[in-house]
Design a protein around this ligand. Structure first.
Ligand code: MRU
Length: 354
């Protein structure tokens, strides 16, 4: 288990590690209002697709406890409203919608078969939703460990890899996805070295991934995003490993901005490009990455560094937080159910059916 915890249900409230303060300050915020939970997601107190999903599940469980409804109809309406509010917190990571819809469906199905008076059934459902959120929280750790274990078939020993953004224990509940793979390799005694893209503009690689690599004593080197081509052309790189925020049915991958550039450079150097993807990040309702809603964030993420303006006044900027890497650039998609190879259109369907 990690020495830090991104998300925890503690003292009957939600506790989030404030990732905006890392690595300098380790501080936790407590939540018992679902709107504050949504705000924590929007403002990136908590970030990373799996972590956002689990946080939103707790947000909905908190909303259930906040509801003053005395009829089941009103209670479900309150949940729907809270669910919509939580799902609007960030648009790209599908885990957010997945977790909220999962709890809403559970609430509706449980309500349909309830035989007790509404006030009693509502009280029971409030407990059920919290238990379910806690279950998703625990399951996330196991899913990441399974994904990391499956991936070892692709990780040689020794291995040198390039990683983008942060996909570790801070982006999930523990272990994480792409960094989970690196961590399992390290735990299995493989000699693994990771180059960490700093990941402009929020610097998740430099501040969060490096923080985790240091904590787990995994050999690492931080590089600027633009250095990956030079690193691939001058060193033996065995793989690029990245996470994802939403994967379409054809295998197109939305992930942190800069992922697509890295994939192109990897293709140019014949370096395998692997995507770590819990099945909750698959969005089989979307045919291709063209349909993925890409979040645009505040201009100040680019125009300022630590509150200090670095561009001339009124400089126009464009700040998409994610990009889409076409499936053609992806050597394999690694899930907790196994490794998927192209053609993804068929093989992702097969994986989910199995
Ligand atoms: O904007 P963020 O920090 O929430 O971005 C999400 C990510 O951490 C990455 O895109 C990541 O690769 C997917 S989450 C394991």
């Amino acid at each position: 288990m990690s020495a830090f915890r991104s998300i925890e249900w503690k003292n009957d409230q939600l506790r989030l590690l404030d990732q905006r303060q890392l690595p300098a300050i380790t501080t936790y915020n407590d939540y018992k209002d679902y709107k504050e939970v949504a705000k924590a997601i929007t403002t990136m107190v908590v970030r990373g697709a799996p972590a956002i999903g689990v946080t939103a599940a707790f947000g909905l469980a908190i909303a259930a406890r906040q509801s003053a409804a005395t009829t089941m109809t009103d209670f479900l309406a309150d949940l729907d409203q809270a669910g919509a509010h939580l799902m609007a917190a960030r648009p790209t990571a599908v885990n957010l919608d997945w977790a909220v819809q999962h709890l809403l469906t559970l609430a509706k199905e449980t309500a349909e078969v309830a035989v007790l008076p509404d006030v009693v059934a509502i009280a029971a459902l409030q407990k059920t939703l919290l238990t379910e959120a806690q279950g998703l929280c625990q399951a996330d750790i196991e899913i990441c460990q399974q994904l990391g274990t499956h991936a070892q078939a692709l990780i040689p020993n020794p291995a040198t890899v390039i990683h983008h953004c942060n996909t570790g224990a801070l982006a999930a509940v523990d272990y994480g996805t792409a960094i989970g793979i690196i961590r399992v390799a390290h735990e299995q005694g493989k000699k693994i070295h990771v180059f960490l893209d700093e990941t402009r503009p929020r610097l998740q690689g430099a501040s969060l991934s490096a923080y985790e690599m240091k904590a787990f004593e995994i050999p690492h080197t931080v590089i600027v995003d633009g250095a990956s081509g030079y690193v691939m052309s001058t060193r033996k790189i065995d793989a690029c490993i990245v996470g994802c925020d939403r994967v379409a049915a054809n295998g197109d991958v939305a992930n942190k901005i800069g992922t697509y550039n890295l994939a192109i450079v990897a293709r140019a150097h014949n370096v395998p490009f692997y995507v770590a993807c819990p099945t909750s990040t698959l969005d089989m309702t979307l045919k291709s990455g063209d349909e993925i809603n890409i979040e645009e964030r505040a201009a100040t993420e680019i125009t300022e560094v630590k509150g200090q303006q670095i561009t001339p006044d009124d400089t126009p900027v464009f700040n998409p937080a994610f990009d889409v890497t076409p499936a053609d650039y992806i050597s394999a998609i690694i899930t907790e159910k196994g490794i998927v190879y192209p053609p993804y259109v068929d093989n992702l369907q097969q994986l989910l059916k199995a």
